[in-house]
Ligand binder design. Sequence first.
Ligand code: CTP
Length: 411
Amino acid sequence: MFTERKITVGVTGGIAAYKAADIVSWLSKNGAGVQVAMTKGACAFIDPLVFKTLSKRPVAVDIFDQAEAYNVPHLDCAACDLFVVVPATANILAKAAHGLADDLLSAALLATKAPVLFAPAMHCDMYTNPVTQENIAALCRRGWRMIAPDSGVLACGAQGVGRLASVQQIQEAITEALLPARPLQGKRVLVTAGPTYEYLDPVRFIGNRSSGKMGYALAEAACRAGADVTLISGPCALATPAGVQRIDVISGADMAQACFSVYDGVDIVIMAAAVADYRPEEYIPHKQKKGAEKTVRLVENQDILAALGQERGDRLLIGFAAETENLAEYARIKLRKKNLDMIIANDVSQKGAGFDGDTNIITSIVRGETEDTLRSWPLMSKKQAAEQIIELITGLPRFPYIGSQKEEKQK
Ligand code: CTP
């Protein structure tokens, strides 16, 4: 389940430290690479040998450890996919909240860029102390998460909140943090990207300005959300995102043919390509010599998205609208005319929303029964915009009825 994930488990000095052994054992059995980092206090409660045996790795305790196993011990511990501290004492919460780094575990926490989960466990009076609560609130504000402790009889006999959450609760929180929701799991998504080139002769073409970055970012985001992604790409110099199947095309006619060839099995289409609207009526198979004035007659290319829209069935169709004026009005017309569920409009004359850059300024328009929902987004990276668009797709009114979910519903 966690193959190729590296998890650092921090263990601090409380009676619940022995329960961390169950967590380390479960992570190892599920394929995770586990690095245990203990405080000196934790070593008073449980021998590092227990964790070394379960994780099959030396346990990090000393920030100045010269052992061969580490490069820089606290940085090695910091570099992971998830950092879990179980149990987390009031002391480690206070140190983490204030950026103290006077031992290996606190230094590793200060250095980590990974998501952090704390499973606090302490005496109820320490837990409910406003100082501890403020520290917890400060850590949560920074995006670090707490697995809330249980109430009950504590090790000292007192009754109250402060017992380490159950092993099952900790396992669930770790699973959720490591395996984020994949809302497009089982969905087949077609993304188009880049320009198309319409050749006049073997060396000259007409086409639209497009780097392909928005479409490639969408293919990557859809793949991360669990979809099976086919990317139909016009000519552009970008690497294929991992896990994405790419089909290269040159002209609008090639792109249309490629789209129709995969359309049958597709649940969602995101048409981000800047398809050239026109192509030269005639292709001259040798290089045209300069000299005389030339006139090129252009004929209209097929509107691929409009054609897909006419046979959309249960599919979700998402289009783009590149405009320089009357953004919402023109985009709305395209939304209806091409029979789409959503259109992403951008004013390409705005700074930051251009063709070649890494950023975009988008307006989403979702088609409604009677009224469309329009939402404008601030400047963001194309990668962020792609994440946002994927999130919007999963929230579309028709989304739950596509593909396998619909079949399940009909049973
Ligand atoms: N599109 C398409 N086939 C075309 C032209 C456009 O599939 N021949 C798609 C684009 O990929 C985009 C949407 O249609 O998702 C709108 O493209 P855009 O260039 O903004 O508008 P056009 O429909 O071409 O209209 P105009 O150029 O007049 O604005």
